[in-house]
Design a protein around this ligand. Sequence first.
Ligand code: ZN
Ligand code: ZN
Length: 415
Amino acid sequence: MKKYSALKGTQDILPPDIHIWQKVEKVAKDVFTAYGFQELRAPIIESTDIFIRSIGETTDIVEKEMYTFSDKAGRSITLRPEGTAPIVRCYVENHLYNLPSPQKFFYSGPMFRHERPQAGRFRQFFQIGAEAFGIGEPKIDAEILSMLKLFFERLGLKGLNFQVNSIGCEKCRPDYRNALVNFFSDRINGLCPDCKRRFEYNPLRILDCKVDACIKLREGTPRVTDFLCSECSEHFNKLLSLLNLLNVPYVINPDMVRGLDYYTRTTFEITSKQLGAQNAVAAGGRYDRLVEDFGGPPTPAIGFAIGMERITALVKSSCKETIPVPEVFIATIGESAEKEGLVIADKLRNKGIWVEIGYAGNSLKSQLRKADRLSAHYVLIIGDDEIAAGKLKWKRLSDGTRGEIPFNEVYNFFN
Ligand SMILES: [Zn+2]
Ligand SMILES: [Zn+2]
C-alpha cells in the first residue's frame, strides 16, 4: 500500500497544540477589536501581478518563493505569499477609501512560500495581520505598536524586543540609495551573488542579507536615519515620543529595512531571543504609496503580520497552557441505564457542557478507566439500582468526593 504523507514544509496541527493556536487567535481578535480592527477575509489565490507589483520584482519572494501556476484558462495565479497585497487590492476594488478614515482590518490564515525547509520555517505558514488605511500621522503607528505590546502581554510572552526604524520616503530615499551605492561600489567583489544583483536593483536589500561575508562588509554602512528628509525625520521623532508616552519599550535598528519593496517611513520588527536566528515574531511598517500603486487615491497605510508558528511555539514553551478536558463522563451498566445516560448526556450538551459517554460492551471498570484517562472532572454512574432509586451516583475525580443526586436535578448540578 502506498503511504501518504503531508507535503514537505506543511504540517498538521493536532490537539492538544490546536488549543494554543485557538488561544492566540482569540487573544488577537479580542485585542485588535478593542483597537477598532474588523476582520476581513480575502481569497487565498490572487492574480500573480498583484504580488509582483507590490512586493517587488527583485525580491526573494517574487523571484524564488511564490507558488504560481496557470489555471485552465491560462491565467497566472499565485497562492498568496503574504497578506497585505490582497487586502490592498480588496480595499481599492471595493472603494473602501470612500468610507471614513481610518479603515482598520485584521486577517488570519495560511500563506505560501516555496522556501528551503529549515527549523521553524514552513511552505504553508500562518499569519495574523492587520492593516490600517487613511492615516498618515505617526499616532496610528504608535497605536499599532502599543496594540502589539498588549497582544504579547495577554499571551504571557516576555523578553520581546521591539525594533523600529524609518526608511524614508520617495523624496529622501534616493539620497540614501546613492550613499549605499557609493559605499558598496568598492566592496562589490566581496558580496554574495544575490547582493551583487541587489546592488544593481535595490541596494537597500543588501542590509537584509544573512550571508556572513555581506554582514562583515556592511560595517560602517551609512545609516538611513541620517538621510531622512525633514518630514520623515519629524514623523519618526514623533513616533518615538508617542512610544515613550505609551510605555512601549523599543530600540532603533537602522539596519532594518524589511524585505519588501512597498515600505515607506516606519518599519518595525518584534523579535525573541528564544527563537535563534529566525527570531522575528511580528513585523510590519508603513506603505504610504501602495494604495495609489493599485489604482486607488493617495492613501497612507500601515500594517503588520504575526507569524503563528513562532508565536505558538513561544506560548507553548513559556506558559503552561491548560488543555481542555471533558466536564462529565457518564458510565452506565445495563440497557436501560445506557438509554438514560444518553438522554442526560444530550441535555447537558445542550447547555454547552462537554460530556463523554461509555460505548457498547465496556465494563464499568473500563469506563471508569477511560474517564480517568480523559481527565474528566466528574463521573456519573447509572445502573439498574440507581434507576430503581431515582438517583444517580456522581464522583469528582480530582479529590474523590462522591454523592448521589436525583435524576431530575442533574441538569442544575452542572453550570
Ligand atoms: Zn522623506
Ligand atoms: Zn549577500
